[in-house]
Design a binder for this molecule. Structure first.
Ligand code: G6P
Ligand code: MG
Length: 219
């Protein structure tokens, strides 16, 4: 039986995936690298420094910056991102998420957060849902980021559950790969192409229904 849900944050619970995109796009402009939505799909779920490395490689500028310059570039992006998330309120929960959280609570299902974002806890606070989460995986303690399964494996461990008792919810290709690698049932939010490896897919969060997800997972 399913006893835990392990959630990604950005693009699943709230629309901060858009803010990450805008902040990276602006940093890209400063470096002469054009970031479009198609390439951005490859950045979703990827840690701050790994995202910068991917962007530099994509722009053919991998050897152009020293490590300390890269730290400054990543800090520049985060500075813009932190401003964009300043005014987040509970009204910024994506459609369908408040109901899903209520249904999960009513069913006694435990929740963990598996976000690569170091800004995750402050965003949960601003959304007013910190108390809904039993566990938060600390991304700074990970040895490998998504698509490695580590963050979802840790989420299940922190909840005291087996992988087979957990369902993971993601909007990123790398995130679905991480859930699948952790041998959990994967729920994908997004278009069929980027979510093609998901066990169950919805086009957007308003279609997330606990009953339908549990049925799809064979409950
Ligand atoms: C999530 C987002 C990524 C972001 C990463 C790190 O995984 O999907 O776009 O790069 O978190 O976020 P941070 O807030 O720590 O820079
Ligand atoms: Mg995401």
């Amino acid at each position: 039986t399913i006893k835990g849900f392990i959630f990604d944050l950005d693009g699943v619970i709230t629309d901060t995936a858009e803010y990450h995109y805008h902040a990276w796009k602006n940093l890209g402009k400063k470096m002469g690298i054009e970031i479009d939505r198609e390439f951005n799909e490859k950045l979703k779920g990827i840690s701050r420094m790994d995202s910068l490395e991917r962007i530099l490689a994509y722009g053919g500028k991998a050897d152009r910056y020293t490590d300390s310059e890269k730290e400054l570039l990543a800090a520049d992006k985060n500075g813009e991102y932190v401003k964009l998330i300043e005014d987040i309120t509970p009204a910024d929960l994506l459609p369908g998420i408040p109901q899903l959280l209520l249904d999960l609570k009513a069913s006694g299902i435990k929740l963990a957060l598996a976000s690569a974002s170091k800004n995750g806890p402050v965003i949960l606070d601003r959304l007013g849902i910190t108390a809904d989460f039993d566990e938060i995986v600390d991304p700074s303690l990970l040895t490998k980021g998504k698509p490695d399964p580590e963050i979802f494996v840790k989420g299940a461990q922190q909840l005291g559950l087996e992988a087979s008792e957990c369902i993971g919810v993601e909007d990123a290709e790398a995130g679905i790969a991480a859930i699948n690698g952790a041998h959990m049932f994967s729920v994908g939010v997004g278009d069929p192409e980027s979510m093609k490896e998901a066990d169950y897919r919805v086009a957007n969060t308003s279609e997330l229904s606990l009953q339908k997800i549990l049925e799809a997972a064979g409950e």
